[in-house]
Write a protein that binds this ligand. Structure first.
Ligand SMILES: *[C@@H]1O[C@H](CO)[C@@H](O)[C@H](O)[C@H]1NC(C)=O
Ligand SMILES: *[C@@H]1O[C@H](CO)[C@@H](O)[C@H](O)[C@H]1NC(C)=O
Length: 152
């Protein structure tokens, strides 16, 4: 019995010793939250493949959500925008959905593009944008958004 308890304690110690460096290696994961806007936009769920992003390296954005007001149409776009601390966009990329997804239906869209040259501090904003009037598209409007700050 004594041996058993000893072995058990030894085993428990080994487990914690092994667990400690493992936890140190676990990277921090970025959480995307609501954008700083007063417009009534839907919130997107965003996960990124390389976290934090690395300059010039392919970055994958897994964007999911549900539009409450907008039916996603073939020309609705998913946009990735990088902003500096002054609020100026220094890189952007987008894809259209290429299909219709009704409001209230969950969607997942995956985009991979090289990350730009990244400054020390920046913001990434992911948006779903569309014309309000598809017959006469003057400008794109933001219907959903998520944002995360990096660095500093
Ligand atoms: C949010 O936006 C307002 C208006 O553009 C700006 O004054 C404010 O500094 C922003 N807040 C953050 C946390 O970026
Ligand atoms: C964004 O950065 C990537 C990687 O440097 C580059 O390939 C792309 O052309 C840039 N896009 C814009 C709009 O600046």
């Amino acid at each position: 019995m004594k041996n058993f308890i000893f072995a058990f304690i030894l085993f428990a110690l080994l487990l914690t010793a092994n667990a400690a460096p493992f936890q140190l290696n676990k990277r921090a994961t970025t959480t995307f939250g609501p954008c700083n806007t007063t417009d009534p936009v839907d919130l997107l769920n965003v996960d990124i493949g390389t976290d934090p992003p690395v300059s010039g390296k392919d970055e994958t954005f897994y964007v999911s959500g549900e539009m409450t007001k907008l039916d996603i149409a073939p020309f609705t776009i998913l946009m990735i925008n990088y902003y500096d601390t002054e609020g100026n966009s220094f890189n952007a990329s987008f894809r259209d959905f290429g299909k219709t997804i009704k409001a209230g239906i969950q969607f997942l869209k995956v985009i991979t593009d090289p990350a730009p040259n990244l400054p020390d501090k920046y913001e990434i904003r992911v948006t779903v944008e569309s014309c309000t009037d598809t017959a006469n598209c003057g400008a794109l409007h933001v219907f959903a958004c998520a944002s995360a700050n990096f660095g500093g």
